[in-house]
Design a protein around this ligand. Sequence first.
Ligand SMILES: [Mg+2]
Length: 267
Amino acid sequence: MSKRRRHSPTPALDLIAFDGDDTLWHNERSFRQARDRFLALLRAAGVRLGVDAIDAHINQTEVANIEYFGYGVSSFTMSLMEAAIELTRGRITGAALREVIALAKAMMTEPIELFPAVRETVNDLAATWPLILITKGDLLHQTSKIDRSGLRASFRHVEVVSHKTPDVYAAILERHGVRPERFLMIGNSLRSDILPVVEAGGWAVHVPAALTWSHEHADVPARARRRYVEITSLDRLPEVMRTFAEATASPRQRSYRSRSRAHRGRR
Ligand SMILES: [Mg+2]
């Protein structure tokens, strides 16, 4: 344990969870690259529609398919194939569809690239709190990503879930015997990592990624803002842990702290 942390107030938390995609490692970048290559395939197949219209069509298909195939590369691939069939009115060739499948296989196996400061931050936090990873997507792909990230040893558990709703978080917390007010989630998605955790009674740290799928954005009600903070990069996490130390302190500790602050103020 570092000297600095020993002298810093420690938040009253029993469990800290991280999201994986676009929080610990790059993900959306790979989806955007796949879309660009898909666009070239459509052009070769004679589709003349504008890029925005094609993008909107793919997005609509992806969101509609979440209900059937969930999140992840497999679902994305099905959506690209469906969009290709619709946009070419059935004229897409078997060879072009095979290229879409090849795109998916490349996405599934590409190297994991961590964001800056991730390894140090995760290792440092793991020295004080039990950490879990909560991620949605294809089970095989997600477990392979955490294994290949080199971060596996820092996490007590990995939860690959189909959706991130308040009920899903509540079930995870119950399984781990953790009260929501002793739980902190760190992630890039307001819709998946922040709002449902706050609704379940927990705390959250929002780390917006440069690239995030539009589906993951959300409007934040004012009352939810009291339960999470936003940071620009994971290396700011040690600083905000002090904020949570204050927020999660028991009422007795809190009143003691505000009394000492008031005392200092008078001098
Ligand atoms: Mg994410």
